[in-house]
Design a protein around this ligand. Sequence first.
Ligand code: UDP
Ligand code: MG
Length: 144
Amino acid sequence: MERSLVLIKPDAMQRGLAGVIIGRLQGDGLKLLALKMLHMDRSLAERHYAVHRDKPFFRDLVAYITSAPIVAAVFEGEDAVERIRKIMGATDPAKAEKGTIRADYGLDVQRNATHASDSVENGRKEIALFFSGKEIFPPGPTES
Ligand code: UDP
Ligand code: MG
């Protein structure tokens, strides 16, 4: 079983797409283990996107992700990391496969609706930035 952090980014939040996106992941059989709405501050954004520190888009990305409240979630499932990234599609919505979340809802390469972890190890680190152990629920009768 793998876990992934998922973020519903400001552009999707502003268009009321949180439920639709969470529903798509649940509809694929991925289990929702944790969920919260929060407004990321710069410190959290810089830690979450630390691997992109030296990229030309980093400053804009931090400004964007801290511009409005987001929803953060943890999903679990077999091959969850790869499955979720496939459901979301390519980073640039214009290049994302038809029927993916980013193709359907992304606006441009920055405002691409969602974030998902790109490896199990990065997922573990990202989840720890957003959720305490107590906020992550084991899959059971309440969520299956
Ligand atoms: N991003 C951007 N410009 C780019 C590439 C990426 O603004 O040229 C933003 C975009 O919001 C993306 C995030 O930075 O989702 C992280 O980039 P990454 O390459 O990790 O893409 P992802 O893993 O989200 O598909
Ligand atoms: Mg990434």
